[in-house]
Design a protein around this ligand. Structure first.
Ligand code: PXP
Length: 241
């Protein structure tokens, strides 16, 4: 069955909007786990706009499932990851001005430095995933630098789902080919970004899909239906595949 990782950054975004000590991302993670989440994702950004260092250490202590630590490949954050020892990390590109992670990491043009990052993290016993666009060149580079997994950026797919059916099918085809290529190179295949209750089904049909990381749509639904229901509803969709 396809696993569901729930991204709880959005709870920290709400807390930081008032610099309060609530709502608690830890409590959110616990509710998500009880509702069936298979893992919890949190992104410690360099600008600390939502998740804070303490959140990451506390999550590692309290989670009953797995912590997937999203991070930029910079020395400061790599050192924190090695200390925290999450089950996995997902290496993402990071720009200060962006609202959210806008595109995949350009692994192909940074193979030397990223292979050192991957080695440090793997030596610490952490499963290493790279967040990339569905491009064969990028996935090949992930295999070359000995990453364990890739997470395909589905943001473009999600945008086209609302706007352009023709281009949507082309993007979906690229994601399918990425999945085949990843499995030929023994890379675990995950996906995420912009996925919601409507657009997730076509992604679920892709063979070899291991885990989806979903945040915004689940938290938006949680506002009205409660977090437990929001997670359960997404799990129900995934369980059909
Ligand atoms: N995966 C990665 C690597 C991300 O950066 C994000 C956004 O933080 C997600 C998944 C979840 O995206 P969304 O919040 O749009 O579901």
């Amino acid at each position: 069955m396809i696993k569901l990782g729930v991204n709880i950054d959005h709870v920290a975004t709400l807390r930081q909007a008032r610099r309060e000590d609530f709502p608690s991302p830890l409590k959110a993670a616990s509710v998500c786990e009880k509702a069936g989440a298979d893992s919890i994702t949190a992104h410690l950004r360099e600008d600390r706009r939502h998740i804070q260092d303490k959140d990451i250490f506390d999550l590692k202590e309290s989670l009953r499932t797995r912590l997937n630590f999203e991070m930029a490949a910079c020395d400061e954050i790599v050192q924190i990851a090695v200390k925290v020892q999450p089950h996995s990390v997902c290496v993402v590109p990071e720009k200060r001005q962006e609202v959210t992670t806008e595109g995949g990491l350009d692994v192909a043009s940074q193979k030397k430095s990223l292979s050192e990052t991957v080695k440090k993290l793997k030596d610490a016993g952490i499963v290493v995933s790279m967040f990339v666009d569905p491009e064969i060149k990028q996935i090949e580079a992930c295999a070359d630098i000995k990453a364990d997994a890739i997470e395909i950026h589905t943001g473009k797919y999600a945008r086209l789902f609302k706007t352009n059916f023709q281009e949507l099918n082309e993007e979906l085809e690229k994601i399918k080919q990425a999945a085949v290529f990843a499995s030929q190179h023994n890379l675990i295949f995950n996906a995420g970004h912009g996925l919601d209750y409507q657009n997730v089904s076509q992604i679920c049909e892709i063979k070899n899909l291991n885990e989806l990381n979903i945040g915004f749509s689940i938290m938006a639904k949680a506002l009205f239906d409660g977090m437990e229901n929001a997670v359960k509803e997404m799990k129900d969709i995934l369980s059909k595949y």
